[in-house]
Design a protein around this ligand. Structure first.
Ligand code: ADP
Ligand code: MG
Length: 183
């Protein structure tokens, strides 16, 4: 399946409220390493991904397919909007009950004029003319983050590159409550 078809399918499923959320215990460290490796190979090793994972051994709870969409999309953007060879930093930490994922690149950044439209379906930035894409990635990421009861922040101000930060309640008792209420 092409990336376009896959994005459009995911997007329409999310819009129709049919995106499944089935949290289960998972090894978050292993999952993050696997996704980073996959993106390295789907982007033909365009940029090194410097991965740093600092998590407690306590198992996390999350929905693996949704996590893959979130991390895969953000890492792909970081790589494709960076010059070849420019390192991308992927940091995963724990703050209280939250897993915090930071994906930082030193690429072309997001011009002021595009910042307001990052989450508009099919909108591609004025900086994106030389890369392929659907303009759906961040819309899908945001839906997946919301489904997880988390928060997403995209920062690109006053310096080259972009930092995407995702916080998901994957460890806390609060998360267990959240899952019970919405399951
Ligand atoms: N890491 C990044 N660096 C620079 N621009 C970015 C980055 N991530 C997203 N963007 C901008 O946000 C727009 C929307 O991103 P996304 O929804 O993933 O769509 P696309 O398919 O174009 O990558 C992109 O077209 C691009 O202009
Ligand atoms: Mg994208």
């Amino acid at each position: 399946m092409t990336a376009l078809t896959e994005d459009v399918l995911l997007f329409s499923r999310a819009e129709a409220g049919r995106m499944e959320f089935k949290p289960a215990p998972l090894d978050l460290t292993a999952l993050c390493r696997r996704v980073a490796d996959e993106i390295l190979s789907t982007t033909a090793q365009r940029c090194p991904i410097q991965t740093e994972i600092l998590l407690s051994p306590e198992p996390a709870r999350g929905d693996e397919p949704l996590l893959r969409h979130i991390l895969g999309n953000l890492l792909t953007n970081a790589v494709k909007y960076s010059a070849p060879g420019t390192p991308v930093n992927f940091r995963v930490t724990q703050e209280g009950g939250d897993a915090v994922f930071e994906i930082e690149d030193r690429g072309i950044g997001i011009p002021e004029a595009d910042r307001a439209r990052l989450f508009t379906p099919f909108h591609r930035g004025t900086n994106a003319a030389y890369t392929t894409g659907t303009g759906l990635g961040l819309v899908i990421v945001r839906r997946c983050v919301e489904r997880h009861g988390g928060r997403l922040e995209i920062e690109s101000e006053g310096r080259p590159g972009v930092t995407a930060t995702v916080r998901l309640p994957m460890f806390s008792p609060a998360h267990t409550e959240f899952v019970k209420r919405f399951d």
